[in-house]
Design a protein around this ligand. Structure first.
Ligand code: T6T
Length: 323
């Protein structure tokens, strides 16, 4: 209901004061998974670029850790301020459904970016978390499959590997693991995938978990770090164990630290998401909804693979995340 009222107010403002003044009144809040992660900082850069292009406001409000218990009060405070729309990376696909329903019930359109709630298929009449208008993100199953193919190639199609992951319940990292395991199972019978190690988004824990896996499996051949902190930590673990030449590291995400690890030979390949693109198209989708346009229920964004062959190329620099 509030959507309609807001749209009506928007139309009235357009009639009265012209497009610019009405647009300046639009505020969209972007709630990241956590504020200090280069991935979400880069997403905000893209969101601000779209806001500048449209002459609207986007603010960035989040918690300091990737945790639904911390994200929920931030979201409640955002809802209380009543932005015109919310773009959010929900930190748990189940636990964030009810908090987000409060936004929707307050009449604030919700679009999820990066991660999804429920099954990620919105506006199809099925599931508890069907109300967001759109999901703007990388193809995370496909990205996990890509990681498996790069891993398989690097280790010559055989050996033991494992996934360093955050925690179950996060749509993105769950799907990356799912894609990685499916690709290995379907196409690489001589690769043994060991039990996933969950690190709670803590790179130090991911590094010590590598040491523990190595102690049990001295012939470990590779590790897939399913997000920035997992990949950074796994790489540090490999470096601390002095196993750079023996162990392949495939990273998801591309902050400068991981790119430096590619240059030094510690990380073999990074699958860079395009977070600025997610932010840009997230804002565009919200603006479309607020101005009466229909919006695709899902918008897919791209990847760029960075490895030793292209890490120094000029046109790769724009895919390195901002810090
Ligand atoms: O990999 C990204 C994001 O896609 C994921 O949902 C959570 O972790 C990151 O933010 C990287 O730290």
């Amino acid at each position: 209901m509030k959507n309609l009222i807001k749209s009506a107010a928007f139309a009235a403002a357009l009639g009265a004061g012209g497009a610019a003044s009405a647009q300046e009144d639009i505020t969209i809040t972007l709630v990241p998974g956590l504020t200090t992660d280069a991935f979400y900082i880069t997403m905000n850069r893209g969101a601000q670029a779209a806001a500048d292009a449209l002459g609207i406001n986007v603010d960035f409000q989040g918690a300091e850790e990737f945790d639904p218990v911390l994200q929920t009060p931030v979201l409640d405070a955002v809802i209380a301020r009543g932005p015109d729309a919310i773009l959010i990376a929900p930190t748990d696909s189940t636990q964030m459904i009810e908090p987000l329903r409060r936004a929707s019930e307050a009449g604030i359109p919700v679009i999820t970016v990066d991660t999804f709630i429920d099954d990620g298929m919105y506006q199809d009449g099925a599931g508890d978390g069907d109300f967001p208008l759109s999901y703007v993100a990388s193809d995370n199953v496909g990205g996990g499959r890509m990681a498996a193919r790069f891993m398989a190639e690097e280790i010559g199609g055989e050996g033991k590997v494992y996934v360093s992951n955050v925690r179950p319940g996060i749509s993105t990292t769950d799907q990356r693991e799912e894609g990685f395991l499916a690709e290995m199972e379907e196409n690489y019978p001589d690769i043994e995938v060991l039990e996933t190690q969950y690190n709670e988004n803590d790179a130090s824990l991911a590094a010590s978990q590598f040491q523990a896996v190595l102690a049990r499996n001295p012939d470990i051949a590779g590790v897939f770090g399913a997000n920035l902190f997992s990949a950074l930590g796994a790489g540090n673990g490999v470096e601390n164990a002095d196993m750079i030449d023996q162990v392949t590291v495939i990273a998801f995400d591309a902050p400068q630290s991981i790119v430096d690890n590619i240059s030094s030979g510690l990380v073999d390949a990074a699958i860079a998401q395009h977070p600025a693109e997610i932010g840009y198209f997230g804002v565009m989708a919200a603006y479309a909804a607020l101005t009466g346009q229909s919006v695709p229920t899902s918008i897919g964004t791209g990847f760029t693979v960075i490895d030793a062959d292209n890490v120094g190329d000029e046109d790769i620099a724009k895919f390195i995340y901002s810090e």
